[in-house]
Design a protein around this ligand. Structure first.
Ligand code: FAD
Ligand code: SF4
Length: 471
């Protein structure tokens, strides 16, 4: 096969088909069917190879997109997967969960009239297919050094850092308090976007590359940070952001009101067999659920509730549909699965029954102001517009803030005014903190963001660490 410059005129953009709704609504499985080689060939061939690939610039890890599209089109999957791993440590994950409409595909030249190339799905296909064919990273030419680095956090930032270190001959030991690697990839993002087996397969691959994982080990509790600083040549912090933002309304601590992440984690623990006690599982079967918020975490919660068998699931958001921060694709998926959306509603308090349990959420209607200095339209409450939505479970999905570890200040690791770890990319050694031996990246440095930006920072920090260690 060769590239046809006018393929995009003859061949429409096609996304992979979704599984039937009756399966989607009850099972925690990825909703998209995989592409086959013939579909990949057709879709990859739509790439114009436009000379100035905006998609590459917009992709946070700067993947060589047109080059691996060409290889995928020609069925040269093993060459494509080698190339994609030059810039990305978890391409099969990014292909599944990146908000492509805002990143690579949003920047595709074809986007205006013809529909962007389906970059994410092809990236996923290349990696999954290569693994199926038995491809594994080849480290046989790597010259081992005697340097050892402790990586705290097995989320995408920590994993990407360990990946680049291993490829550079540096031993990486990854510590995580959870019993499986992945961080939010495993315990936050639900299986209908990213099946758990994807990260389990990656763990085996990383282990075969020589990366050591010490799971169920919390730094600061099971092992001290001082010991790690003494034992290792450098330390990378990829500890994420885990402080839940609250609504500030009455009765938000009442039984029946949940923070989004503990709810999603309890569901992941059940699916993975990590549940310690039946009571740890938050079950919305048969319940009327109201999820407050309009981002991707809110979408993950409403769609999880549907699969648990909730009677009714409402997403209540304080702005309108156009101003929702979540991905349009995920909102559409939620609608298809039966979620009801209510816009311009702001919560003011949880209603309690005679036993003190949640029985509703009082909301007021809002209208949007003129755009502020940042172009954002803010919700303004309409007087006298109160109403109560019946609910026996309310989920707060308002986002996350950094939760600096208590031991950081003791070791001279400074934070910025928003409690993010100070670790600039542009410095002598990329992503070095104010303690020269300690590097950091991902959500803990940039605030709650994306998988692909965490991967970028983990990779760059590994380069910074290797320069610092002079290897
Ligand atoms: P994390 O993934 O949070 O990993 C941090 C790890 O550090 C955790 O495993 C934690 O256990 C460990 N850790 C922390 N402290 C310690 C300690 N003291 N000792 C040992 N281990 C420790 N992004 C997307 O791009 N697409 C999506 O679809 C998407 N969906 C999301 C859905 C939800 C519900 C959430 C919450 C986030 C979502 N995100 C999504 C954002 C994305 O998951 C994060 O930006 C990304 O995971 C950040 O990576 P990280 O490695 O910095 O941190
Ligand atoms: Fe697109 Fe994300 Fe893949 Fe980059 S990593 S090409 S942004 S899907």
């Amino acid at each position: 096969m060769s590239q046809n410059v006018f393929q995009f005129v003859d061949v429409q953009r096609v996304d992979p088909p979704k599984k039937p709704l009756k399966i989607r609504k009850i099972q925690f499985v990825e909703i998209y069917e995989p592409f086959n080689q013939s579909q990949v060939g057709m879709q990859a061939d739509r790439c114009l190879d436009c000379g100035n690939p905006y998609c590459e610039w917009k992709c946070p890890v700067h993947n060589y997109i047109p080059n691996w599209l060409k290889l995928a089109n020609e069925g040269r999957i093993l060459e494509a997967v080698e190339l994609s791993h030059q810039t990305n440590s978890l391409p099969e994950v990014c292909g599944r969960v990146c908000p492509q409409d805002r990143l690579c595909e949003g920047a595709c030249t074809l986007n205006d009239r013809f529909g962007a190339v389906t970059i994410g799905n092809i990236e996923k296909y290349i990696t999954d297919k290569a693994f199926e064919m038995g491809w594994r990273p080849d480290l046989s030419n790597v010259i081992k050094t005697d340097k050892r680095v402790a990586v705290i956090g097995a989320g995408p930032a920590g994993l990407a850092c360990a990946d680049v270190l291993a490829r550079g001959g540096v031993s990486a030991v990854v510590f995580d308090k959870y019993p499986e690697i992945g961080g939010l990839l495993t315990f936050g993002i639900p299986s209908f976007k990213l099946e758990k087996e994807v990260m389990q397969r990656r763990r085996e691959i990383f282990e075969a590359m020589g990366i050591e994982f010490r799971l169920e080990t919390e730094v600061g509790k099971d092992v001290s940070f001082a010991d790690l600083l003494g034992e290792f040549d450098a330390v990378f912090l990829g500890v994420g952001t885990y402080k839940y933002m609250k609504g500030g309304f009455t009765n938000e601590e009442a039984p029946g009101v949940y923070d989004a992440l503990p709810y999603l984690i309890s569901n992941a623990n059940r699916l993975l067999g990590f549940e310690k006690a039946q009571a740890d599982y938050i079950d919305f079967a048969g319940k009327q659920v109201v999820v407050l918020g309009g981002g991707d975490t809110a979408m993950d919660c409403v769609r999880t509730a549907i699969r648990q068998g909730a009677d009714k699931v409402i997403c209540a958001y304080r702005r309108d549909a156009e101003n929702m921060p979540g991905s349009k694709r995920e909102v559409q998926n939620a609608r298809e699965e039966g979620v009801e959306f209510m816009f311009n509603l702001q919560p003011v308090g949880v209603e309690l029954d005679a036993h003190g349990r949640t029985c509703g959420i009082k909301v007021v209607s809002t209208e949007l102001s003129a755009p502020d200095a940042n172009g954002r339209r803010n919700p303004v409450v309409i007087a006298g517009s109160e109403q109560v939505l019946a609910a026996d479970a309310v989920v707060m999905a308002f986002g996350f803030q950094p939760n600096p570890q208590p031991w950081m200040s003791e070791f001279g690791i400074e934070l910025d005014s928003r409690e993010r770890i100070r670790a600039p990319e542009q410095s002598d050694f990329a992503f070095q903190t104010t303690n020269p031996k300690v590097f950091a990246g991902g959500d803990a440095v940039r605030g709650s963001d994306l998988v692909v930006t965490a991967i970028y920072e983990g990779r760059k920090a590994a380069e910074g660490i290797m320069e610092y260690l002079a290897v």
